[in-house]
Every structure is written in C-alpha cells, then in structure tokens.
Design a protein around this ligand. Structure first.
Ligand SMILES: [Zn+2]
Length: 156
C-alpha cells in the first residue's frame, strides 16, 4: 500500500493542518487500525481517510480515468483497492468508529476546499455521535457475518 498512500501527500496535509487550526488533535496513519486511517480522532471516535480519486476509484469523478494501456490490470488493481476500502470501513464501523472519507477532488479547488473542510469539521465535532454502531451493524450484517480470519484476503 505504500505506493498507494504516500505518507504525507499534500491533500492529507491540507486536511490535517485545517483540523489542527480548528483545535482538533489527532493521530496520523494509525497502523493498528485497518487501512491505516490518515487521521484518527479518538475523542470523537472518528477516523478520516483522505483518498486519491484514481487509486481509490472515485466513481463518476473526472480524476478517475483508467490509463489507455493495460486497462485490465488497472481495472483489477483499483477494484481491489475499492474492495479493501470497503472492508476496512465495515470493520471500523463494527468496532465503533465513525468513518469519514474525503476525496482528493473535494479539496482540489479553493472554493470547494473551504466548503469541504468546514463541513468535515462540523461532522467531526458536531452533534450526536452516539453510538450509531447499531445502525451500521444492521447495514453491513451480511459481511459482518464472515469470520474475522477472512479479513484482508477476500477475493473479488
Ligand atoms: Zn474525485
């Protein structure tokens, strides 16, 4: 995954700096959690992923365009990433984390960036994050029923 998620890629830094400036404190790249979330806000039981539109297959996004050559290779590779992201999200929610994903394209332009960051902040600190673990569990129960050991090597 190292090639997929550079450690201090720019979009992540933008989000981190912003949240820090709003007074939030967090850990970064927590490898103990599935998917090594980019930002972990323990106090709010929230993890944030800042995902590149290409690598994580942002559907309908103009930044997600497959290269003209080796199409099958790329399609497969990105499908694997999407599946992994999904599985990570499911697992994190099951163990009580709120999972927020920010797409790179959402912080690319200045206007959109401010909007995105502000609403991200509101989503983190705002309101009732009372354990909605129940809802999430209901939502994902088919997958949650899989044995834990199959995590990480799911085939698509
Ligand atoms: Zn995008």
């Amino acid at each position: 995954m190292a090639a997929v998620k550079g450690k201090d890629t720019k979009p992540e830094m933008i989000v981190r700096r912003y949240l820090f400036s709003r007074g939030l404190r967090y850990r970064v790249n927590n490898r103990k959690l599935p998917g090594s979330p980019d930002i972990v806000l323990k106090k709010y039981k929230t993890v944030v992923f800042i995902d590149g539109c290409f690598w994580h297959g942002h559907e309908g996004c103009k930044y997600y365009r497959l290269p003209k050559t080796n199409v099958d290779f790329w399609r497969h590779k990105i499908a694997m990433n999407i599946a992994r992201d999904y599985a990570n999200g499911v697992y994190l929610r099951l163990v009580g984390w709120r999972v927020i994903r920010v797409w790179e394209c959402e912080i690319k332009t200045k206007t959109k960036r401010e909007e995105t960051l502000e609403s991200l902040y509101q989503e983190i600190v705002g309101t009732e994050h009372k354990s909605n673990a129940y809802e999430s569990t209901a939502e994902v129960s088919p997958i949650a029923a899989e044995p834990r050991s199959s995590y990480g090597d799911r085939k698509i």
